[in-house]
Design a protein around this ligand. Sequence first.
Ligand code: PMV
Length: 363
Amino acid sequence: MDFEQFKFPRTSQLPQKIAFQSTSPSNIALVKYWGKADIQIPKNTSISFTLSNCYTSTLLKLEAKTKTEEKTTIEVELDGVSTPSFHPKIEKFLKLIETYCPYVKHYHFAIQTKNTFPHSSGIASSASGMSALAMCIMQLEKKIDPAISDEFMLKKASFLARLGSGSASRSIEGKLMLWGKHEQLNQSSDLYAVALNKDIHPIFQDYQDSILLVDKGQKKVSSSLGHSLMNGHPFAEKRFEQAQENCSELLEILKSGNIEAFMTLVESEALTLHAMMMSSLPYFMLMTPNTLAVLNAIWEFRKTTKIPVCFTLDAGANVHLLYPKKHQQDVHNLIDESLKMYCENQQVIHDEVGNGAEIIQIK
Ligand code: PMV
């Protein structure tokens, strides 16, 4: 694997005091990443929709250390409130990226961050949060070396985001991203995600995702523990093979616009992810009775109306409803009439595919 391309040699001519801002969205996997080697090297290729309304906005303020200062200070504010519980994660991230971004050692970090989606809504903020921070760091790199191309900036932002949280690598661009080496795609890599923007059928260009917040609680099982339970899992090898095949099939579906095949593949991927959790040791289950009630209601609705709405699941109880934009009104009615009641405080977030991270110019 070509790690060398990401090493930035220079730590001279660093700005003294500077700030950068970025926004970056969450993403929802269609073919799931579950199982990894160190550090966030995926055991299989995954493909996701980049989201639009669910995003993190991060302001990174940097101040150069004096020559005698060794220790880096880190301050993090979430929604304007000092949040020291984030420090260990940021410290670990900065340590991990030091080899590739040696200039980070020379700064104190003050991070102000906020999410558009409610905190502890069961929507992982690590993908949007880590990718937004990675984009801020790449703005610093571009400031130090203006010659780096925009293309490289996005690629390395995805590479850095991956080191923070694997799925974060897929939030940098839109509208669909593929992460992990796949034989069908020359430019694919385990180190960063690539945008799939060629050969995408128009139906997928404005696909909708309504997120039913069935259980807003904190994750019962951390994703690092979940991934680790794929080591030695009796079905792991077969699952990794299946994911590679499903990626090939999904690439075809994305081209042809075959919605029936899309729904079958996506639902099967979601249930397989949960089946892996249920068959690991220790075993665990993240779906709740309300999750199952929603899945059954979706199948019933699809059978009677023929409206092509399907579901996918994350590592949690929440349900993502995926459907073409032209069915928005019907699906919203379904949610209001028959699905909202399964959500905590009747909460639903309507989202759709989006274009990835953005740089915000600070005035
Ligand atoms: O990025 P992580 O380590 O939080 O793993 C995410 C795993 C899933 O959300 C369950 C699947 C995926 O591909 O996003």
